[in-house]
Write a new protein. Structure first.
Length: 225
């Protein structure tokens, strides 16, 4: 049996996870958030007192690391690190930066590739990340590159952090967004870029509902629903 796959790539704050989750619910597909997997590795590095950019130290940690995902009744993805549910912990601001740094290490990317591909071998999936359409699932049935202006993405991230009770400074969030964009798109290994056969969706001027409608339109056409 072959399964269908939808790849959604783009920079942080473009709305990938919210939109992919909603779309997955509507289509009955499994939603796989690959950023969460990199975040778990970033969190592990921080917890072990390692510098997330220290390639040798991070690679040495990998064999002893147990990174796993599990789906609750509601089909929401939970991340586990060495048996502990870290779904909430990986959302902390400092973990975003650590995830971006460990994700630039080619050995980390190779290590996590099989885990990501396995989801698509066993389920209809909507997978979001930075290199899903280019590297993880180059044969995906639908590829979408979701983006928005950096200021819009920073504003969304800022609103998300404050809603969660985490103090934030908009200018700092914008600088972080720009720094992560630069690092994610300029790394040597699987940089963030639009696959040639991906449909570009810019959500700068779109509300959440409008973005969802646009994605649904693209998916319907490509999957012939
Ligand atoms: O989507 P996110 O912000 O949760 O991702 C966290 C970091 O992980 C991000 O800076 C880039 C990296 N990442 C990646 O390199 N490849 C992916 N497929 C997903 C995320």
């Amino acid at each position: 049996m072959t399964y269908r796959a939808i790849a959604i790539d783009g920079p942080s704050g473009a709305g990938k996870s919210t939109l992919a989750r909603r779309l997955a619910q509507e289509l009955g597909f499994l939603y796989v958030d690959t950023g969460a997997i990199y975040r778990a590795v970033g969190l592990a590095a921080l917890r072990r007192g390692l510098s997330p950019g220290d390639e040798a130290a991070v690679l040495a940690m990998l064999p002893s690391l147990r990174v796993a995902t599990a789906y609750a009744e509601d089909r929401l993805q939970h991340m586990y690190l060495d048996g502990e549910d870290v779904t909430e912990a990986i959302r902390l601001h400092q973990v975003s930066d650590a995830a971006s740094q460990v994700s630039a290490i080619p050995g980390v990317r190779d290590h996590l590739l099989a885990l990501q591909r396995r989801f698509a071998q066993e389920n209809d999936v909507i997978m979001d990340g930075r290199d899903i359409g280019t590297v993880v699932l180059p044969q995906a049935d639908v590829k979408i590159f979701l983006t928005a202006r950096p200021e819009t993405r920073a504003r969304r991230r800022f609103d998300e952090l404050t809603a969660r009770g985490q103090p934030a400074d908009y200018q700092q969030v914008l600088r972080d967004v720009e720094e992560r964009d630069y690092r994610d798109s300029h790394r040597a290994s699987a940089p963030l870029r639009q696959a040639e056969d991906a449909v570009l969706v810019d959500t700068t001027q779109l509300s959440l509902e409008e973005s969802l409608a646009r994605l649904y339109e693209v998916v319907k056409e490509r999957l012939k629903l």
